[in-house]
Design a protein around this ligand. Structure first.
Ligand code: FAD
Length: 272
C-alpha cells in the first residue's frame, strides 16, 4: 500500500505578535518545527507499511528551509520526502494550501491512501485534510481513532471518534484520513535513520513542476484575508505567572486548590 502523509512546519513564535505589524505572518522569517500532530499520521503510515508493505511518502508545502525539519521525518524511516516550495505559494490559506498539496499528490500519482494530522498547531483550522480530499475527489474520514484493517488495497476499516461514541466505517480506497492525535506512540528515530537522513535527497517542486493554475496558489489564490489582529480588551498577556516549588505533592495540591478556592477544607485540599 502506497501512502502519502502531509506534514506541515509550524511557527514556534507567537503568530499574533507578528501579524499586528504586517497583517499577515511570514513562515519564511520564522523559526519552524514539524507540526507535532503530524507525527501521529507519520507513525500510522509507517505501521501500515510494516504490516502490509508498500511505501510512505511525506509531502510538505513551505519555505525551502523546511528541508531541515523534514530530515527529522526522514530519520523515522519514510521512503521519500517531497517539498512544495516557491514564492508563488506564500500566503496560502486553507483553500490554496489544499489545492497546491493536491497538485503535489497528483504528481506523486501512485498512492492508495493519503493521511493528514487532525490540525496544525498554528493555523488550527483542521480544514486542509477534508479540503484536500475534495480537491482530489477522494472519500475521506476525519477524527480517525484507529485503523483496523486494509483489504487487498481496495478497502479499509477505520474507527472514527465522535463526541459521545466511536463508529466503525468501511471505506473504499483510494481515500484520505485525518488522524487523531494520541492514536499511537510515535517512534523515535534510530541512529541509522538519523545518519541516513543527513544525506537524504529532498526534491523541491515549484509551480512549474505541478501544472497548476497560477491564480489558485499562494496569497492570490486565497479568498481568506486577515483584516486585523488584536488581543481582546482586558486580556493583554502579562508575565504574572508564578512558579511554586514544593517538597511533596499533597502540599502542592493543597496550595493550588486554596488558590482557586475550590475545596471545602483549605488545610487538606479535600472536597466534601
Ligand atoms: P490545518 O487544516 O489545521 O492542518 C491539518 C493538516 O493538514 C495538518 O495536520 C497537515 O497534515 C496538513 N497540512 C496543513 N498545511 C500543510 C502544509 N503546508 N504542508 C503539508 N501539510 C499540511 N499563512 C501565511 O502564510 N500567511 C498569512 O498571513 C497567514 N495568515 C493566517 C491568518 C489566520 C487567522 C489563520 C488561521 C491562518 C493564517 N495563515 C497564514 C496560515 C494558513 O492559512 C495555513 O497555514 C494553511 O492554510 C494551513 O491551514 P492550517 O494551518 O489551519 O492547517
Amino acid at each position: 500500500m502506497n501512502i502519502v502523509v502531509c506534514v506541515k512546519q509550524v511557527m514556534l513564535h507567537d503568530m499574533a505578535d507578528e501579524s499586528k505589524e504586517t497583517g499577515g505572518t511570514s513562515r519564511e522569517a520564522s523559526q519552524l518545527v514539524n507540526n507535532a500532530n503530524d507525527y501521529y499520521a507519520v507513525e500510522e503510515a509507517l505501521k501500515l507499511k510494516d504490516r502490509y508493505g508498500g511505501t510512505v511518502t511525506c509531502l510538505s508545502m513551505g519555505p525551502e528551509k523546511c528541508q531541515e525539519q523534514l530530515r527529522e521525518i526522514a530519520a523515522l524511516g519514510v521512503d521519500r520526502i517531497v517539498l512544495l516550495s516557491g514564492r508563488d505559494f506564500a500566503g496560502a490559506d486553507t483553500l490554496a494550501t489544499s489545492y497546491t498539496l493536491a497538485a503535489g499528490i497528483r504528481k506523486i500519482s501512485d498512492f492508495q491512501l493519503v493521511l493528514t494530522g487532525e490540525q496544525s498547531l498554528d493555523g488550527e483550522t483542521g480544514q486542509v485534510g477534508p479540503s484536500l480530499a475534495e480537491q482530489l475527489g477522494l472519500v475521506h474520514v476525519a477524527n480517525v481513532s484507529e485503523i483496523c484493517s486494509v483489504h487487498a488495497n481496495k478497502e479499509m476499516v477505520v474507527k472514527r471518534e465522535l463526541e459521545d461514541r466511536e463508529i466503525t466505517i468501511k471505506l473504499p480506497l483510494p481515500a484520505l484520513l485525518c488522524i487523531r492525535k494520541h492514536i499511537n506512540q510515535p517512534r523515535i528515530p534510530s541512529v541509522v535513520g538519523l545518519m541516513k537522513a543527513k544525506t537524504a535527497k529532498i526534491p523541491v517542486w515549484g509551480p512549474d513542476d505541478l501544472g497548476i493554475e497560477p491564480g489558485r496558489v499562494g496569497l492570490g489564490g486565497s479568498p481568506t484575508r486577515v483584516v486585523g489582529v488584536y488581543h481582546p480588551a482586558g486580556k493583554e498577556r502579562t508575565a504574572n505567572g508564578e512558579i511554586i516549588r514544593y517538597a511533596d505533592d499533597q502540599q502542592c495540591a493543597a496550595h493550588i486548590l486554596s488558590k482557586i478556592g475550590a475545596c471545602d477544607d483549605k488545610r487538606t485540599g479535600v472536597f466534601t
